[in-house]
Design a protein around this ligand. Structure first.
Ligand code: FAD
Length: 416
């Protein structure tokens, strides 16, 4: 039951679009959510068919859970949330063996030194610069920490990121997980909303008198639009604007490119598969210049699943070649656990965020010098008749479901 004459068009049914639609309803405004894909949730997507186990292709943690708007929403639905940090068995592999207590203490000290250096450099009001220039170098664990905080967490190398944006969007624990997956949670939060699937918006006309969305579905007019598609989609021209967007908005879109994080998930039922306990996390050290190790998570909720994470330039290099990505993950497993353990893993499921034209990456980062871009992109146009929302627009919780959700609510309040 979609309204035929909505007040607002919401473009995209990911976290931002779902939050916007809920907030508009709470304000007494009608809306239609136009979603190009065949499902809701966008980059929050839990899927069971390929491996027979719930697998989050996109978001899987509620980061900074005490401030995360999805935490109380999950609790209100009665979903059990587990603190992954409290459950994690953290393992580190370096120089042919698993790290001992002294190695782990040295690694933890390097992590502290990294964040002290970043926060100090970002707090001094100095001009922006690539984040790697503020990171410690030369210590035995520095390259590993930088690889982890850049490619593995932010889906892009520190050298590609604005120091100030990197520091402003850094997240802390608690990091909560739920058996239903973040995609499962977000799909529940979309229930009953006026979503039209398979409705790709090709063109949006906008101005002081309102908006008109056009696509194969026809044409729908409204007083205002909230656009939540990723900056990757916007930069690639996945949606045309008439008139063209102002230079400042276009500049902000291009200053917030998408990083890529690819997950490679294996069933690990075989007794010969890597011996890791439930909820374990595993990192391998950077051992030489150019080494780009993957990390792994094992057996969430006791399920026989091993998930590899490949981020940044390496993920882009492998995008579109699922066989190569799976082979690279198996090779990492073989390095740490031996070839028989790697061979005992089942068929892989590889996520495809980079090549999917509805996403074109995993999440955004600001390029050096562009620390203001998120606020610029989030600034309403035409007196609120065109608002951008989505993770890329949130200056604090960018790149996360929390930022997307908050931005959708803010946009719903900004439309007239
Ligand atoms: C691998 C991976 C791991 C992640 N891990 C975490 C994590 O653990 N925790 C966390 O908080 N976040 C994580 N994230 C990030 C989080 O998933 C995103 O920040 C968030 O889901 C983005 O929501 P959004 O609404 O901004 O955008 P999207 O989810 O991208 O929603 C935009 C929607 O617009 C649709 N669309 C695109 N073009 C059009 C068009 N022309 N017309 C109509 N519709 C269109 C898309 O299909 C999509 O559904 C992860 C992301 C990935 C990919």
């Amino acid at each position: 039951m979609l309204p035929s004459d909505p007040d607002v068009l919401v473009i995209g049914a990911g976290c931002a679009g779902i939050a916007a639609a809920r907030a508009l309803a709470a304000r007494g405004r009608s809306c239609v959510v136009l979603e190009a894909g065949a499902r809701v949730g966008g980059r929050a997507y839990t899927e069971r068919d390929s491996l027979g186990i719930a697998f989050d292709h996109g978001a899987s943690w509620l980061h900074q859970a005490d401030e995360n708007p999805l935490t109380p929403l999950a609790r209100a639905l009665g979903l059990a949330l587990l603190d992954h940090d409290a459950l994690r068995d953290r393992r580190l592999f370096a120089h042919g063996r698993f790290a001992d207590a002294a190695d782990r203490a040295a690694f933890t000290a390097a992590e502290h030194a990294f964040w002290t250096a970043i926060e100090t450099a970002a707090a001094d009001g100095a001009p922006d610069r690539p984040a790697d220039q503020a990171a410690p170098r030369g210590g035995p664990w520095d390259a590993t920490v930088a690889h982890w905080e850049g490619a593995q967490i932010c889906a892009a190398e520190l050298s590609r990121m604005s120091l100030h944006d990197f520091a402003a969007t850094a997240l802390d624990s608690p990091n909560l997980i739920l058996r239903e997956g973040v995609g499962g949670l977000v799909a529940r939060l979309a229930e009953g909303l006026p979503v039209r699937l398979a409705a790709h918006v090709d063109r949006l006309r906008w101005g002081a008198r309102g908006v008109v969305a056009q696509g194969a579905f026809g044409s729908i007019a409204a007083r205002a639009a909230i656009v939540t598609v990723s900056t990757g989609v916007l930069a690639a021209g996945g949606m045309a604007f008439d008139p063209p967007l102002p230079d400042a908005t276009q500049g902000a879109i291009h200053a917030l490119p998408m990083g890529l994080l690819t997950k490679i998930a294996f069933r690990a039922d075989d007794p010969a598969a890597p011996a890791l306990p439930p909820f374990a996390s595993l990192r391998r050290a950077v051992e030489a210049p150019g080494d780009r190790p993957m990390s792994f998570i094992s057996r969430l909720f006791g399920e026989p699943l091993l998930i590899g994470f490949c981020g940044g330039a390496q993920a882009w290099d492998l995008a579109g070649d699922t066989a190569a990505a799976a082979a690279a993950a198996r090779s990492e497993v073989a390095t740490m656990f031996g070839a028989p353990a790697a061979a005992a893993l089942g068929r892989a499921t590889v996520t495809r965020w980079g090549e999917d034209p509805l996403f074109r990456g995993a999440y955004s980062h600001a390029v050096p010098g562009a620390q203001a871009a998120r606020r610029v992109l989030g600034t309403p146009l035409a007196d609120g008749r065109l608002c951008f929302a989505g993770e890329a627009t949130h200056p604090r919780f960018a790149a996360t479901v929390a930022g997307a959700w908050f931005s959708g609510i803010a946009a719903a309040r900004a439309v007239p």
